[in-house]
Design a protein around this ligand. Structure first.
Ligand code: HEC
Ligand code: HEC
Ligand code: HEC
Ligand code: HEC
Length: 193
């Protein structure tokens, strides 16, 4: 029961952050708190608008959405077997480290809405979203009024990709960054179709 109550309190304070606009004091507080991985529903709720790019739908159809389920395939089991690993790849740290979001972070850095089944989700590339997902913050970052880094948003460059796309991947293929980013593009622009 106590646990339920504290979860409720966390939820309520999260929705206050979510609905309110960030004053300077709040901003300082938010900057001090640890950013948490909130899971993809908390991005989808705003990032599936047809007039603003439908990022969620684009991601769902791409390779990263299935990164976790891939580990359940015969191909994955074969990859693991060749490395002498005996566990189910979906439970093997040596595979999960690149096939899920936020691998290796502490439990306190995961909100109750986080689940690893979502594979390599928005927050794997953009950073844990508990603070920047606030509407006012998001708009201010987008309009370059504030620096996203102060709210946990990661700047995009090739280094973000090579944390996973590197020779430690048993199936490594070199990544052409410019081409790959074009392939996965999910711009804030009306979807025409
Ligand atoms: C409350 C609504 C809301 C939520 C929740 C939200 N966003 Fe946003 N986000 C926006 C808006 C509005 C923009 C400005 C562009 C637009 O209109 O889509 C934006 C912009 C962005 C940008 C561009 C920032 C830049 O540097 O220009 C990124 C990246 C982003 N969001 C990622 C995410 C991720 C990842 C999540 C989930 C963790 C998330 N957002 C959750 C509303 C939201
Ligand atoms: C260093 C990060 C990393 C690790 C560790 C890793 N993977 Fe992957 N995995 C990737 C990336 C990135 C891809 C996309 C293709 C590529 O470049 O390897 C991928 C693709 C795959 C694929 C799809 C096949 C393909 O050619 O695209 C399978 C199956 C797979 N991984 C299984 C595993 C298994 C099983 C393990 C654990 C034994 C594992 N991976 C560990 C990063 C990793
Ligand atoms: C958290 C780890 C991780 C990060 C970060 C990551 N990827 Fe991946 N990526 C994967 C895995 C795992 C797969 C394989 C998914 C599958 O086949 O199930 C993959 C697959 C892909 C594929 C399709 C397979 C291929 O090799 O052609 C492309 C393209 C790709 N990623 C591009 C990128 C780009 C560009 C970035 C950076 C902007 C990036 N990825 C960041 C883990 C990651
Ligand atoms: C594999 C890494 C990766 C994943 C996963 C990913 N993004 Fe991105 N995102 C990027 C990169 C790289 C850019 C910058 C693209 C560019 O420079 O053209 C970007 C740009 C954006 C932008 C800004 C687009 C603009 O027009 O300025 C938004 C909004 C965004 N992402 C939201 C999301 C959301 C929401 C998700 C999940 C549904 C998501 N991203 C998943 C790598 C990723």
């Amino acid at each position: 029961m106590r646990h339920l109550f504290s979860s409720l309190i966390v939820l309520i304070s999260m929705s206050v952050i979510f609905l309110g606009s960030a004053s300077d004091d709040e901003k300082k507080d938010m900057g001090n708190s640890t950013y948490k991985y909130v899971g993809i529903k908390n991005c989808k709720m705003c990032h599936n608008r047809p007039n603003a790019g439908k990022q969620f739908d684009i991601w769902s159809k791409g390779p990263h959405a299935k990164a976790y389920s891939t580990l359940a395939t015969d191909e994955a089991r074969e990859v693991a077997r060749k490395l002498g690993l005996v566990k189910d790849p979906q439970q093997e740290d040596q595979c999960l480290r690149c096939h899920v979001t936020g691998f290796g972070v502490t439990q306190t850095q995961k909100a109750s809405t986080y689940t690893m089944e979502e594979g390599v989700s928005c927050e794997a590339c953009h950073g844990p979203g508990s603070v920047y997902r606030n509407m006012k913050v998001m708009k201010d970052i987008y309009e370059k009024k504030v620096d996203g880094k102060e709210y946990g948003l990661i700047e995009q460059n090739q280094a973000v990709c090579t944390t996973c796309h590197n020779e430690n991947s048993p199936t490594y293929r070199e990544l052409n960054y410019e081409l790959a980013v074009k392939l996965l593009a999910h711009p804030v622009a009306p979807v025409t179709q």
